[in-house]
Design a protein around this ligand. Structure first.
Ligand SMILES: [Zn+2]
Length: 98
């Protein structure tokens, strides 16, 4: 297993996980559960791990994903602002339609 992605923002990490899974790549999460409240001020970053054989493909998927993340967009359904890094609305899961 290799780590392909980590982010302190769990939404972004989960978004990347979705991208990888949509590309047919098996993803394992580490630090998914860390809400014990015992360590205030320090929260473990969510980590995405994949099989060694999927590592290169995963990098490609994430590279493509991050290259088109510059512009914000407004959800057609609920009118929430979304970071360009997302392809589905963080609020209502509506897919970005351009
Ligand atoms: Zn929405």
């Amino acid at each position: 297993m290799k780590q392909v992605y980590t982010n302190e923002n769990r939404l972004l990490a989960m978004n990347s996980k979705n991208r990888l899974e949509n590309a047919g790549i098996n993803v394992r999460l580490k630090n998914e559960y860390c809400s014990d409240g015992a360590t205030p001020g320090h929260q473990a970053w969510l980590e995405l791990w994949v099989d060694d054989g999927d590592y290169q493909d995963s990098l490609e998927v994430l590279k493509t994903a991050l290259s088109d993340c510059s512009t914000e967009w407004t959800c057609q359904s609920c009118k929430e602002e979304n970071s360009g890094e997302f392809k589905i609305c963080w609020n209502c899961q509506q897919a970005l339609s351009v």
